[in-house]
Design a protein around this ligand. Structure first.
Ligand SMILES: Cc1ncc(COP(=O)(O)O)c(C=O)c1O
Length: 416
């Protein structure tokens, strides 16, 4: 059940602060039974006692339980909790963040339309645009993240959608979302924004003029590295219905079991993000001091080119950032990564654990050049920061040993 009401524009306004709303988000049957978490309601077929109710069931397509594909009470409880955080109209849940991205694009584009995509977008989004949308006759072009209001110059008569992600995957450039949406709103162009990095706790796209806020709930919302789920939150009822209908046409739905787990993950989202951020800031500051490091890519750092926009628009930073080092040879890469004890090599971030991966080959770009060097992506997990720093110090000692042709040093971090 939601603690919010929809205001005159249809957007939800919550009575409570986010941390409180996250703890108390529930469902009608949980409240009735005195349960704290919405139970898992699994269903495909829904049966009716009266033929009139059966014939009339589609009246409840958007908020009721009429077929498993459209969700059960477990799905609706999580969707409401996310819509509350986003200050949106309503949320549609999908089987993954990738599904939320591809469905939001398919919902509004048709053959002959033009789509503008930020060049720093997540790799699978770029693939969907280039491999699938292009095949369906949609003209896709990319723009640099610092475009601001100059996006007006790229808009054509057939531009139907703008797809954003801020900060960018891997390179963490921030875009001035308000400057972009001032232009798109005036021209009736639909904007969607992948907000996975910040979550609605740290940035609310809808409050910055975006029409659809997208989250890979696989990451922070779930927080435990074991669930795939996505969310699309719409600013208006009309957009919500279009998203819901599109998800149904493609046969996409979210498993109630996964919704239950993400709902449980939401309870601690606020405290987890606080810890991710604190540790990330300390690790980022440490990386900045290392002579091999050219630049740390993290908007929360005063040295980051996106810092002013971040300070203006965001309530905080999450735990994912980039580190650009001098180029690394194969031996150096192996010495650095292969003996990490706490940082694990894995790409899906936002869970409790720390991760570190090489970002090469470099991410694809159409109109923004990438600096050369060895780009590493770091996710600061929930471990103790002293242990993490020791793991990093050891990794840099190994890197230095290989660079100066010396034997690898002894490990100081115990194997976990
Ligand atoms: C920024 C971003 N958006 C979307 C996704 C896709 O989400 P999912 O893994 O839930 O499909 C990812 C996955 O890594 C991501 O990093």
């Amino acid at each position: 059940m939601s603690n919010s009401t929809n205001d005159a524009d249809g957007k939800r306004t919550s009575t409570f602060a986010d941390a409180t709303a996250l703890v108390h988000a529930s469902s009608p049957s949980a409240r009735a039974a005195g349960l704290l978490n919405p139970p898992v309601h699994r269903a495909s077929t829904i049966v009716y006692d009266r033929v009139e109710d059966y014939v009339d069931r589609h009246r409840h397509l958007y908020d009721g339980v009429i077929y498993g594909l459209y969700g059960t009470e477990t799905t609706h409880a999580l969707a409401d909790a996310i819509a509350d955080l986003e200050h949106g109209f309503k949320t549609v849940l999908t089987s993954s963040g990738t599904a939320a991205i591809s469905l939001s694009l398919s919902a509004f584009l048709k053959a002959g339309d033009h789509l503008l995509v930020i060049d720093t977008v997540y790799r699978s989004t770029r693939r969907f645009c280039d491999d699938v949308l292009a095949r369906y006759g949609i003209d896709v072009s990319y723009f640099p993240p610092d475009i601001g209001g100059n996006i007006a110059e790229l808009i054509r008569t057939n531009t139907r959608m703008v797809f954003l992600e801020t900060p960018g995957s891997m390179t963490f450039e921030l875009a001035d979302i308000r400057a972009i949406t001032d232009v798109t709103r005036a021209r009736d162009i639909v904007t969607a924004l992948d907000n996975t990095w910040a979550t609605p706790l740290l940035f609310r796209p809808i409050e910055h003029g975006v029409d659809i806020s997208i989250a890979s709930a696989t990451k922070y919302l779930s927080g435990h590295s074991d669930v795939m789920l996505g969310a699309m939150t719409a600013v208006t009822e009309e957009i919500f219905k279009t998203l819901k209908d599109t998800a149904a046409r493609w046969g996409s739905s979210a498993s109630p079991d996964d919704c239950y787990l993400v709902h449980r993950g939401l309870r601690t989202l606020d405290v987890r993000l606080e810890r991710h951020q604190r540790t990330a800031q300390e690790l980022a500051a440490w990386f900045e001091e290392q002579p091999e490091v050219r630049r740390v890519l993290y908007p929360a750092l005063a040295t980051d080119p996106g810092h002013a926009i971040w300070k203006r628009d965001f309530a905080g930073a999450s735990g994912l950032f980039g580190v650009l080092l001098d180029p690394m040879g194969e031996d150096e890469k192996s010495a650095f990564f292969n003996n990490l004890r706490l940082f694990r090599l894995g790409s899906s971030w936002g869970g409790f654990e720390s991760l570190m991966v090489p970002a090469w080959p470099a991410p694809a770009r159409n109109c923004t050049a990438l600096e050369d060097g060895a780009l590493i992506r770091v996710h600061a997990g929930l471990e103790d920061k002293t242990d993490l720093l020791r793991d990093l110090e050891d990794a840099f000692s190994r890197l230095r040993a290989v660079r100066s042709d010396q034997a690898l040093p002894e490990f100081r971090t115990a194997q976990v």
